[in-house]
Design a protein around this ligand. Structure first.
Ligand SMILES: Nc1ncnc2c1ncn2[C@@H]1O[C@H](COP(=O)(O)OP(=O)(O)OP(=O)(O)O)[C@@H](O)[C@H]1O
Ligand SMILES: [Mg+2]
Length: 290
């Protein structure tokens, strides 16, 4: 082989190595799906302000199954609204797929809400006058999915949550667990990669809660990122990672290495004992003692 040919092969290999390395690093960076940095959310700024999120930083990778646990009023739903691009923070940043959400245009944001994220809201948020099928179809109508495809996707999603026999029932004709399953079917009908679930088992008996958790686990195994918001240690103990939030702050974030429910319960209790509610803290800051 000539010297020139050897050099070409040498440089080709070198560049191949460099390019592969760049690819790997980009892949690694891309794997950070969610990056929240130093985020605050203050409701009613001024005298009656509530600091619902207080300098939160949180990173979530693709395909993680994360539980966010905290007492009532700790800021969970506020955080979910931020994660779902449903509200804007008072300060701090949110990068989704490496892109700054604050710089996204309205169209881009609604695309994310419609296609990237499946929302399961606290309470079911079902439309009472529509059947289960109608409720699951509704967001697909907003997305402009043609009727035949819409029906197919909605039926498939209802089947996935075990409601093939309840498609024509209205919410008032279904149990709480079944209504929650309709809400899950609605969230997953167009196979979004991220599922944001706010207390999906709130007010359900333990059997229905198990069923809902089973559905979320399956969705995770299918390769989706699951963010599960709960106040219940039994539910949180099923996730791979548990993020504890109190008073708008993350005070513990760890892999779930089979942490027992009891341990999580004790954590919560200890947190509660030290708890200063967002309102109280604001009062302290303002010196409003009566
Ligand atoms: N729109 C709002 N205006 C003013 N304060 C609000 C608003 N929404 C929430 N808050 C306050 O912000 C704090 C956090 O509320 P958030 O709904 O995030 O709590 P949560 O952890 O989801 O509670 P829960 O478990 O009861 O659902 C609470 O003190 C609440 O009263
Ligand atoms: Mg809430």
């Amino acid at each position: 082989m000539s010297f020139v040919a050897e050099r070409i092969i040498y440089y080709y290999n070198e560049w191949y190595y460099v390019i592969s390395f760049i690819d790997i690093t980009e892949e690694e960076i891309m794997s950070e799906l969610i990056e929240i940095s130093d985020m605050c959310k203050i409701y009613n700024p001024g005298e009656n302000e509530v600091r619902a999120l207080d300098h939160i930083s949180l990173t979530i990778g693709e395909k993680e199954f994360v539980a966010i646990i905290g007492q009532s009023g700790s800021g969970k739903s506020t955080l979910m609204n931020m994660l779902g691009c449903l509200d804007v923070p008072t300060s701090g940043s949110y990068h989704l797929h490496g892109k700054d959400v604050a710089e996204m245009l309205d169209d881009e944001l609604s695309d994310i809400r419609n296609k990237e994220i499946g929302f399961i809201f606290q309470g079911f948020n079902l439309i009472p006058s529509l059947t289960a099928l109608g409720n699951v179809e509704l967001p697909l109508i907003y997305r402009g999915v043609p009727r035949a495809k819409r029906l197919e996707l909605a039926k498939e999603a209802l089947k996935k949550v075990g409601l093939e026999n309840r498609m024509t029932h209205k919410p008032s004709e279904m149990s709480g667990g079944q209504q929650q399953r309709v809400a899950i079917a609605r969230a997953i009908a167009q196979a979004p990669p991220i599922i944001l679930a706010d207390e999906p088992t709130g007010n359900l008996d333990s059997h229905s809660s198990e069923e809902i958790l089973g559905i979320l686990k399956n969705l995770h195994e299918e390769g989706r990122t699951i963010i599960l918001i709960t106040h219940d240690p039994t539910i949180a103990s099923k996730a791979e990672r548990i993020v504890h939030i109190m008073d708008g702050k993350i005070y513990k974030d760890e892999r779930n290495t089979g942490e027992s429910e009891q341990q999580i319960r004790e954590e919560l209790k200890a947190a509660q004992e030290n708890q200063v509610t967002a309102e109280d803290r604001t009062e302290e800051q303002h010196g409003w003692e009566e």
